[in-house]
Design a protein. Structure first.
Length: 212
């Protein structure tokens, strides 16, 4: 994975950490930036980065990453900085299960990255009208996040169905919308929502929901 340090709306170092947590040590992650800052290099290593490239990136350096160049990378590698040891997750711990329903692929991908990186099993559904086809029989979720405005079946209607369906009940259910409407909040609570989240979703907000 080649990962830029600075991107709009995304912290590359945080994304590096989430990728490392989700995919383990088999994945190779190389950070990229135009500024060679020793402190950022150190933080990249702590987040799980294996290497470091300074922009502009040259062909020989890219080939070296995949073992096709004869000479080593000239840049300092982030792996030379000792990484912070993270406590191993107990094998017996039950992974929280999360359902996210949204017609925006970017939102689904972001929730997978953040919540999955924190140890959750994330089921992401884009087509709300087909939700019943993908739900596990007799399954339940620790957390459900539903977009309000979707084609087909709205988040409010899905909320009603979840509240009435004991087989697929959820411990906590939240609705999401870019519109901060008080009437919408009230309707969501009447239909069984535990809370209302306003887009764009923040990483801290999602992690707080997971740990609540």
């Amino acid at each position: 994975v080649l990962l830029d340090v600075r991107m709009p709306d995304v912290n590359g170092l945080e994304a590096c950490y989430l990728l490392r947590q989700h995919y383990g040590e088999d994945l190779r992650i190389c950070m990229m930036t135009a500024a060679h800052d020793p402190e950022t290099v150190k933080r990249a290593a702590e987040m799980g980065a294996d290497g470091w490239l300074t922009k502009p990136i040259h062909r020989v350096n890219l080939l070296a990453l995949v073992g096709l160049a004869k000479r080593p990378l000239p840049e300092r590698r982030a792996a030379t900085v000792p990484a912070v040891q993270k406590p191993a997750r107990k094998a017996t711990a039950k992974r929280p299960r999360v359902l996210v329903v949204d017609d925006d692929d970017d939102v689904l991908g972001y929730c997978r990255l953040v919540l999955g990186g924190a140890g959750a099993v994330v089921d992401a559904v884009r087509d709300s009208s087909k939700l019943s086809e993908v739900l596990p029989e007799g399954g339940s979720y620790d957390l459900v996040i539903l977009d309000v405005f979707m084609p087909g079946v709205s988040g409010i209607e899905l909320l009603r169905r979840f509240s009435a369906d004991v087989r697929n009940c959820a411990s906590r259910m939240y609705v999401v919308s870019a519109a901060d409407d008080q009437d919408l909040r009230a309707e969501a609570r009447r239909c069984g929502a535990d809370g209302f989240l306003k887009k764009p979703l923040l990483r801290k907000t999602l992690l707080d929901l997971l740990s609540a």
